[in-house]
Design a binder for this molecule. Structure first.
Ligand code: PLP
Length: 423
């Protein structure tokens, strides 16, 4: 079937899709590396990477080759049977993470749900399956984002996502970000898990401090609760380490990954230590699609490519280059409040709204995103080159200069009007 023209496809989307996303009026038709093209042939530099999914950029030849090969063999088999790739993929994730066992899912949210269930079932088995479930409290952090399903929403801090769907999963309590005293005050024996993103993504690119992580680790150990690292956005190389938590000295009990795992195909995973993983037994958890052969083959290829192409070193080097450039921009524009991030997850907090800036960047052929109204977020592919980072910084500078001119004009206008009306 020949795809419809971009305009027809967009009209159909606007007419027939549910109204959950505000999208600009353009249609992307193909990508290569760090670039995308729309249906009119305009080229864009992609510094959003499908919201941290396209770590190898678009149409990476290794992923394309594996997907073509496996699609012609077996796309799906079900989890009632073994396939050739799940085991080897789990083995690699175990080696990289320092944890012991893996469960594959279709998305980040589904992996979060499974991780919450695992921490609950562990606690329940410890206290005795017949006793009332007392250990059910889950501590999450201010600014957190863990997904859109009911359990994940309950531990997502942002009220605008959560409140419209209440009542949610009970037992979620929010701790002030990086506030050890607040964590200690809210921790008690009813806690079955603490969940944190080592570097928060949607919340505005905030890294968790070592002091906070270590205290959470200690309290979880003391109270036999699970420390869960949500690495869906910051994991699998994004920070220049395989897992963002690897900058800390202690492991979490459970880690959750998704976005980049299968080179753009939907795959998530729950990783857990032996102690927690052993709480699952046949029948207690499952999924139809998670971990099919084609998708696991693509994921193995992604992980192998990270190693073979030494992409972690590139993430670190390009990340430093990017942040140094963003800091320079901060010194030029007074509405840039702070630059944050690690590796290739970077945030630039503004004192003004970011929507107009992302729109203007798009008009100039650069794809970025704004989270929490005022934080520009940059998530380029791990293959990004030094030249592409420089091109991006130059384009962003032009966009920020335009915003500065507009701000200045807007600041001047009310004075002129007031002066005018006084006359
Ligand atoms: C840290 C984090 N956790 C969970 C999720 C939810 O993942 P998904 O959208 O695949 O369900 C996201 C998505 O942005 C995320 O960034």
């Amino acid at each position: 079937m020949i795809p419809q023209s971009g305009t027809a496809a967009r009209r159909a989307a606007e007419r027939y899709l549910m109204n959950t996303y505000k999208r600009p009026p353009l249609v992307f038709t193909r990508g290569k590396g760090c670039y995308l093209w729309d249906d009119r042939g305009k080229k864009y530099l992609d510094f959003l990477g499908g919201i941290a999914v396209n770590a190898l950029g678009h149409a990476h030849p290794r992923i394309v080759r594996v997907v073509r090969r496996e699609a012609a063999r077996a796309i799906h088999l079900s989890n009632l049977f073994h396939n050739q790739y799940q085991g080897p993929l789990a083995e690699k994730l175990v080696k990289w993470s320092g944890l012991d066992h893996v469960f594959f899912t279709n998305s980040g949210s589904e992996a979060i749900e499974g991780a919450l269930k695992l921490s609950r079932i562990y606690a329940r088995k410890k206290t005795g399956a017949d006793s009332p479930p007392v250990k059910t409290k889950i501590l999450a952090l201010e600014h957190s984002f863990h997904g859109r399903t009911f359990g994940a929403l309950a531990i997502t801090a942002s009220a605008k996502y959560r409140v419209p769907y209440e009542p949610l999963m009970p037992g979620a309590v929010f701790v002030r970000f990086n506030d050890v005293a607040d964590l200690e005050a809210k921790f008690d024996d009813s806690v079955c898990a603490v969940i944190l993103e080592p570097v928060q993504g949607e919340g505005g690119v905030f890294p968790v401090s070592e002091a906070f992580y270590n205290r959470a680790r200690q309290l979880c150990t003391d109270h036999d609760a699970a420390l869960i690292a949500d690495e869906i956005q910051c994991g699998l190389g994004r920070t220049g380490r395989y897992f963002a938590y690897q900058k800390f000295s202690a492991l979490p009990d459970i880690a959750v990954v998704a976005k980049p795992l299968a080179g753009g195909l939907p795959l998530g995973a729950i990783l857990a230590s032996e102690k927690f993983a052993s709480a699952f037994s046949p029948g207690l958890h499952g999924t139809t699609f998670g971990g099919g052969p084609m998708i696991c083959a693509a994921a193995l290829e992604f992980l192998n490519t990270l190693e073979k192409e030494k992409l972690l070193a590139n993430v670190r080097a390009r990340g430093e280059q990017l942040r140094a450039g963003l800091e320079k921009l901060k010194s030029k524009f007074d509405f840039v409040k702070e630059v944050r991030g690690e590796g290739l997850i970077a945030g630039m907090e503004l004192t003004i709204e970011g929507a107009a800036i992302t729109q203007e960047a798009l008009r100039r052929g650069v794809i970025i995103n704004c989270t929490h109204e005022r934080t520009l977020r940059f998530l380029p592919p791990f293959i990004v080159t030094s030249k592409q980072v420089n091109d991006f910084l130059a384009a962003l500078e032009r966009v920020l200069a335009g915003a500065a001119r507009k701000n200045k004009a807007a600041a001047a206008t009310p004075v002129a009007t007031a002066a005018g009306s006084a006359r």
